[in-house]
Ligand binder design. Sequence first.
Ligand code: GDP
Ligand code: MG
Length: 450
Amino acid sequence: MFDNLSEKLQRVFKNLRGEGKLSAENMEGALREIRMALLEADVNFKVVKQLIESIKVKAMGEEVLTSLSPAQQVVKIVNDELVKILGSHESKLRFANEPPGVFLIVGLQGSGKTTTTGKLARWLSRNGHSPLVVSVDVYRPAAREQLRVIARDIKLPIYEGAPGEDLPLDLARSARREAANTGRDVLLVDTAGRLHIDDDLMSELQQLKQQLNPVEILFVADAMTGQDAVKSADEFHKRLGITGVILTKMDGDARGGAALSIRHVTGQPLKFVGIGEKFDALEPFYPDRAANRILGMGDILSLIEKAGQEIDQKKAVEMQRKLIENDFTLEDFRDQMKQIRKLGPLSSLLDMMPKVGMLKDIKDVKVDEKEIGRVVAIIDSMTPRERANHMIINGTRRRRIARGSGTSVQEVNQLLKQYAQARKMMKSFSGGFLGKKMGKMKLPAGFPFG
Ligand SMILES: Nc1nc2c(ncn2[C@@H]2O[C@H](COP(=O)(O)OP(=O)(O)O)[C@@H](O)[C@H]2O)c(=O)[nH]1
Ligand SMILES: [Mg+2]
């Protein structure tokens, strides 16, 4: 997501890099390019206008820090303004004071409501809640069956309705009773959609809203439809009053125009994004991280969070200290490899990593599972002393390690080179403008591998 925009903005920053300081001339050119990039990303024109205006004011104003280069200044300004447009901070879900609270999941047909209902239920149950789901899409029998299958797959309870119970309101009310009786704290109501907004649908949703008094009305939209998604979100909000947006299919949307516009246009926050068809492909939306991602700083925090579920946080903190103090040994390197392996497909991890400067090259380095296995085997074959100090690994030791790990001396050499590079990279990364920022963000274990 945001790939195209990200690429274009980085080109603007690169062009600025050669400039001594910000001037009216070089800023004008840069702003024009930023504006083009945003429009091409299908960002709403009002949003673009506002963004450009505020970037201009800041870049020309006194707030500019003299310690930064022009490119860094512009990156910082654009970052701050993007975050502002996206909503400054994460918008958390609201929960009822007296459970069960109802979440209405609304949107047009095919936007991803039913899938998202399942994903969100799964996410809730993994985050301390106990959801119940119900489908009130009574117009297509397959729709209710779809949710039933999903609930079974994710092993969460669903209210299926009594025989003959087939009115949306009845189903929803009974489901809420069931949720209360079984101690569930959230009821997710998957509603029917239409191809277009129509009065029948709206009055049905209004009735549900009136009767159920939901704490959340989440509008689900397909990110790939760009400004159409924004328009229908706006109309749903005007007619029904939504409390948040979930954009699905962000995995297929390289532009990101809907994500960048929806908050500003509707005034309602983007709360989650769907990034795939699988049930775990749903993430809370963090404006600051999205801005970082757009600007090519990578989504370090998401990476940490993802990693956090799999790896030991204490270890990660320790690793960070080691990186900063340049005390990062081969043993640590091996630990990281193991952790990376636990995290799943490397491509998705690499996608979250920064693409600035030296790190840009990381993306081109293909790393496969076999290679990780080899790295681990090689380091396993070293003595603890060797792992603590790679400088002592001479030719004889290299041959022994290669034999012990069933690899070649060449491969051992290559690994030692890789390791040295990772160290160097981390060192350069923890200094300088971005470094200071990243330093505070806590580096995930498994990060420096390239
Ligand atoms: N790639 C991708 N596909 C999704 C995502 N969310 C939903 N879909 C797909 O979109 C299609 C329609 O989803 P569905 O939940 O039935 O939409 P509904 O009509 O609004 O209930 C299905 O094929 C889903 O698998 C997503 O985040 N990424
Ligand atoms: Mg559906």
